[in-house]
Design a protein around this ligand. Structure first.
Ligand SMILES: [Zn+2]
Length: 200
């Protein structure tokens, strides 16, 4: 049975922003429902109804027109988005009378810090790969034929004796110092970013 509960627990701002990035306003609403139903079995249908009730209340941050009420499908899609980001889990049970599956959902918000640290590490390693690539790959271009956008790596340029095969002009090393500096700054900034989530 669906219960109207007092809204006691608030999502912390960090989690709110993360949910917003994942699925917009609706993801925040879904997150609030999951947070406030920790002690009960809640289905996607319950979540939808609860949000609808809440939206009809006074403190509303978005007010859908009568014609576009919140759809169960929207909530389901949002729940799966949370699930694929490892922020929600479900178990399903077959309803013996109808034969349909019932999905019960709960949040895994305690994993947020871990998830974000993982993302941070991924960003770091991608940028380091790119930096290594830039540092190890000097490209050579012909300034006469710049509009063709042809780049030669060191081996190719060497083979060509550093002469453009199209016009015979000298091939020049392309300056990627700006890109390298940019990446180094980004990596430093990413390292400095601290991920700490306040306890509720
Ligand atoms: Zn050329």
């Amino acid at each position: 049975m669906r219960m109207r509960h007092n809204r006691i627990k608030e999502l912390n701002p960090f989690l709110q922003s993360f949910l917003y990035i994942i699925g917009g306003d609706i993801a925040i609403h879904v997150g609030e429902e999951l947070l406030n139903s920790e002690s009960e079995d809640i289905t996607d249908e319950d979540i939808t109804e609860n949000i609808k009730d809440r939206i009809n209340g006074t403190e509303v941050d978005f007010e859908p027109e009568d014609s576009e009420t919140l759809k169960l499908n929207t909530v389901r899609k949002t729940l799966y988005k949370l699930y694929s980001e490892k922020l929600a889990q479900f178990r399903r049970i077959r309803d013996k009378s109808t034969g349909w599956f019932i999905y019960y959902w709960w949040h895994e918000f305690d994993l947020l810090e871990e998830i974000l640290l993982e993302k941070k590490k991924l960003v770091d390693s991608k940028m380091r790969d790119r930096l290594r690539f830039e540092q190890n790959n000097y490209f050579f271009i012909c300034k006469n034929c710049q509009n063709t956008n042809i780049k030669y790596n060191f081996d190719d340029a060497f083979e060509l004796n550093f002469r453009c095969p199209d016009c015979g002009n000298h091939l020049e090393a392309q300056d990627n110092h700006k890109i390298i500096e940019f990446l180094k700054n980004k990596i430093a900034l990413n390292q400095k970013t601290k991920i700490t989530i306040n306890e509720k």
